[in-house]
Design a protein around this ligand. Structure first.
Ligand SMILES: CC(C)(COP(=O)(O)OP(=O)(O)OC[C@H]1O[C@@H](n2cnc3c(N)ncnc32)[C@H](O)[C@@H]1OP(=O)(O)O)[C@@H](O)C(=O)NCCC(=O)NCCS
Length: 182
């Protein structure tokens, strides 16, 4: 089996520790959620996801013990869906979002997924750029998807996650991330 760069509970070279989200993490997660999204998930949405949804996999990223990021996916057989990803505003631009995305991709692949999809606001160019870096392309638009301002969602997708080509892409990105963080 291929070793993970940032297995759960271990530290990345940059000091980010990525672990499975627990109920006790929710106050910190909700603070970041409120700072990151105009329409926030309530506590019970996260709570239900990590307690009851067997298809869901949620993680937090810590720096010196403090939660600075989180992310989640659903994996349904060969399909996976990134449900959320966010980094505390004070810690953005330090490759933490990228490390969290890589963790979600590793988890999706290790759970057997071949495809991964997500929705992103049309105006969210930062997130779109991150996703494109990891091989996502826009496949459709959901008109008026976001209830707060009627903004469109772009549906982005990456496929053949277990294929040689995508594996090679991840290896290159992982090495670059490791070198930048180390
Ligand atoms: C999207 C988000 C998770 C990125 O996290 P981050 O830690 O700041 O990003 P990173 O430092 O890991 O940067 C990784 C890549 O993201 C993109 N990116 C990050 N900051 C960017 C910026 N200011 N402008 C353009 N692209 C940017 C780039 O592609 C970058 O890689 P590159 O520098 O090699 O091009 C973070 O901005 C965030 O939490 N945003 C609010 C919540 C959100 O929008 N989530 C996504 C919902 S779909």
């Amino acid at each position: 089996m291929k070793a993970e760069l940032f297995p759960a509970g271990s530290g990345s070279p940059g000091g980010l520790q990525i672990e499975t989200m627990a109920q006790g993490d929710l106050p910190a997660v909700l603070r970041i959620e409120g700072l990151s999204f105009t329409t926030s998930w309530p506590a019970n949405a996260f709570s239900n996801e990590i307690r009851d949804n067997k298809l869901a996999h949620y993680f937090v990223g810590r720096l010196d013990g403090e939660i600075v990021a989180y992310g989640g996916i659903w994996v349904i057989l060969e399909d996976s869906h990134i449900t959320t990803i966010a980094v505390h505003p004070d810690y953005r631009g330090q490759r933490i979002g990228e490390e969290m995305l890589l963790k979600l991709l590793d988890e999706a692949i290790s759970q057997g997924a071949s495809w991964i999809t997500l929705e992103v606001r049309e105006s969210n160019e930062v997130a779109q750029k991150l996703y494109r870096k990891y091989g996502f392309t826009t496949v459709s638009t959901r008109r008026g998807y976001y209830s707060d301002n009627g903004e469109n969602a772009l549906v982005m997708w990456a496929g053949n996650l277990k294929g040689e080509l995508y594996g090679a892409r991840l290896r290159v990105l992982r090495t670059a991330l490791e070198n930048e963080s180390g």
